[in-house]
Design a protein around this ligand. Structure first.
Ligand SMILES: Nc1ncnc2c1ncn2[C@@H]1O[C@H](COP(=O)(O)OP(=O)(O)OP(=O)(O)O)[C@@H](O)[C@H]1O
Ligand SMILES: [Mg+2]
Length: 328
């Protein structure tokens, strides 16, 4: 468990991202992809918030908004209390240091023409962090921290295995000593045996540097392994948010229960009701009215079709967006 008194690093409120769709004729806006719709959560120092959901539910878009790779349509993103959606470019540059990223495919995100050492040194050079020899020294220490040999600094990305490349991506993300790392499917491209090593590395680094993670994944087993709290997304909205133990032991939202029942269970003693989801995830262009999950929910009632359920507390630190779940 993380310390409930720990400082809040990231606070997101009412976050929205609607991507406009333009018609071929006259290039007029004809609609919008509601990729992220009214999302709120926070992350404390040293804590991992897992973000799960099916493909297209808006997980990566949330990550990109926090990293300010894209602008929100609405909402606020506070980093250490400061609203970054309002920060000027100079201030933004300073704030950017505090949040770094690790991607799914380190091969695509690491410059293939730079040596591994240069890749990790680049952010240090960009921010003028010391002389060339000081930077080289720091890069060497970063290599050791992530379990790479300093001799590997002279190699190029293609000479590394998938797991080593992801270690390199982690070393680069760590270089500026961030407080929060947004990791978008960081182990999804790796073999299962290598996944555990990289997850354990991330957890060790968290302990050592009191790092916070927003950990995005569609893989529930991975999320259960690494997260302190978990947010479940469906069609651009968070439908359930609570601590890891509660989510996996006592899920409340029908969508969470369906996701869990579809996932393999490590402990055969744990009996879960099988709940099969019918149909595909609907389009975020015209999301269903009322509760966005109502078209696939086995418990759907009339209210669900017309009124959108708000995310509300059903217990301490446990919120659910469902008309059929009793509130606290
Ligand atoms: N630049 C964009 N322009 C238009 N639509 C976009 C853009 N980026 C994402 N979308 C749409 O927004 C929705 C959410 O996408 P997002 O990539 O955030 O989902 P995801 O949960 O990360 O999915 P996955 O598990 O496949 O990575 C999808 O319908 C996607 O097609
Ligand atoms: Mg994604």
């Amino acid at each position: 468990m993380t310390d409930a008194d720990a400082r809040t690093i990231l606070e997101v409120s009412g976050l929205r991202k609607h991507f406009p769709i333009y018609g071929t004729l006259l290039k007029r806006k004809v609609g919008a992809v509601q990729a992220v719709d009214d999302v709120s959560f926070h992350i404390r120092q040293g804590e991992t918030l897992g973000l799960v959901g099916e493909s297209g539910s808006g997980k990566s878009t949330v990550g990109k908004l926090i990293l300010r790779l894209i602008d929100p349509t609405a909402g606020e993103i506070h980093i250490n209390g400061e609203d970054v959606t309002r920060a000027g470019s100079g201030r933004m540059r300073a704030l950017r240091r505090d949040i770094q990223m690790v991607f799914q495919d380190p091969y695509a995100s690491l410059n293939p023409r730079l040596s591994a050492g240069s890749i990790v040194a680049e952010p240090l050079h960009n921010y003028g962090e010391g002389s060339a020899s000081e930077i080289e020294d720091r890069v060497k220490r970063l290599f050791l921290k992530v379990g790479l040999r300093p001799e590997a600094m002279a190699k190029y990305p293609h000479e590394f295995s998938g797991g080593q490349r992801q270690r390199l991506g982690v070393a680069r993300a760590l270089a500026l000593e961030p407080e929060l790392i947004v990791a978008d499917e960081p182990v999804s491209a790796l073999d299962v045996s290598v996944q555990a090593q990289v997850l354990n590395l991330l957890m060790d680094l968290q302990q050592e540097f009191n790092l916070a993670y927003l950990f995005i994944s569609h893989d529930l087993a991975v999320v259960e392994h690494i997260s302190h709290r978990v947010a479940v997304m469906y069609l651009g909205k968070i439908v359930e948010l609570t601590d890891r133990e509660t989510l996996f032991r006592d899920p409340q939202h029908p969508y969470t229960r369906a996701l869990l029942s579809a996932a393999p269970v490590a402990d055969p003693q744990v009996k879960r009701d099988r709940m099969i989801l019918k149909g595909d995830i609907p389009s975020p262009i015209n999301p269903p009215s009322g509760c966005r999950f109502h078209t696939r929910c086995p418990f759907v009632e009339e209210l669900c079709r017309v009124e959108e359920p708000l995310l509300r507390d059903v217990a301490a630190e446990h919120s659910v967006a469902c008309h059929l779940t009793d509130s606290a």
